[in-house]
Design a protein. Structure first.
Length: 299
């Protein structure tokens, strides 16, 4: 029977072996897993030589291989094994962008009658992100839905998701203002100076997380308006942290809208296509300090 392309993990229990087909987009986030991050059973059996062009990764193993176990019941022979997903670490050893997963697999063989097969779906536990915002001139920082149309009702995310932040300032009674995010820091506790600590925006407006490998973090262009700023950050958690909460605090600041962006007032993302820092507004020169770390203190 042909395997359905729909399940994330599909299992075919055959006469003397089992075939496990894993969708590369295992978690449905649009970010494919690597074949080297998947293994079958306690013996860590590798998949068949994968074709990068195919959307699936396949394992084929004899029923007694890969550390599988056998349970005999009055009606069935039950072979059990586990599909393991162990993501490789990102370039920054402090954070992880994916969580390990274990998918239990069983093949039930009636001691009388025909062999049947069934599919198993992976499960994982999302982590939650709590945002704290503080400031003057009625600043706000919100997590937004996928369409940027309203505030996200839930602050839970899966690793592999994108966090959509929108910063705003209400400037009634003031000259026109342009909003910037100088720094955003993630911690495992409400104390922003605690460790572990990851500043994913730093140096007065450099989205340093956009420099990390395999991330889509970036400031979103164009702005909805000068008093608003949007940015994407790929979800992450701290390596070795058993908790499922992140506390994010950001420093928001404004400058007169008539003042052109400069090294002190900037919103810079790293473009992997060009290998260069790119400003949301202004010339590329204002972002050059994002690599050197010599950006002037915001004034």
């Amino acid at each position: 029977r042909a395997l359905s392309p729909r399940p994330a993990v599909a299992v075919q229990c055959q006469e003397g072996q089992l075939a496990v087909t894993v969708r590369r987009d295992l978690f449905g986030t649009g970010r494919p897993v690597r074949a080297a991050e998947l293994s079958l059973g306690t013996a860590s059996c590798p998949p068949l030589s994968p074709d990068p062009a195919q959307a699936f990764i396949t394992f084929v193993a004899a029923l007694h291989e890969c550390g599988s176990t056998l349970q005999v019941t009055p009606d069935s022979l039950i072979y059990r094994t586990t599909l393991f997903y162990k993501p490789t670490r990102s370039g920054n050893p402090l954070i992880v962008r994916a969580t390990s997963a274990e998918v239990p697999i069983e093949c039930h063989y009636p001691r009388r009658s025909n062999v049947s097969s069934g599919a198993v779906h992976p499960t994982w536990a999302p982590f939650r992100s709590t945002v704290a915002a503080d400031g003057r001139l009625r600043f706000s920082l919100r997590l937004m839905d996928e369409e940027w149309s309203r505030e996200k009702l839930s602050n839970g995310f899966q690793l592999g998701d994108s966090l959509r932040f929108q910063a705003d300032v209400t400037s009634e009674g003031h000259v026109p203002l342009r909003l910037f995010v100088d720094q955003c820091v993630a911690t495992a506790t409400p104390d922003r100076s605690s460790y572990p600590r990851y500043a994913f925006i730093d140096l007065g407006g450099c989205l340093v997380d956009s420099r990390a490998e395999d991330t889509g973090s970036a400031f979103v262009s164009p702005r909805p308006r000068l008093e608003s700023l949007r940015f994407l950050v790929d979800a992450f958690k701290f390596a070795g942290d058993a908790g499922n909460l992140l506390y994010i605090s950001c420093h928001l600041r404004v400058s007169p809208a008539a003042q052109a962006p400069n090294p002190r007032n900037k919103a810079c993302s790293f473009s992997k296509a060009s290998g260069l820092w790119a400003p949301l507004e202004g010339t590329a020169a204002i972002c050059s300090c994002c690599d050197t770390g010599s950006c002037p203190s915001p004034g």
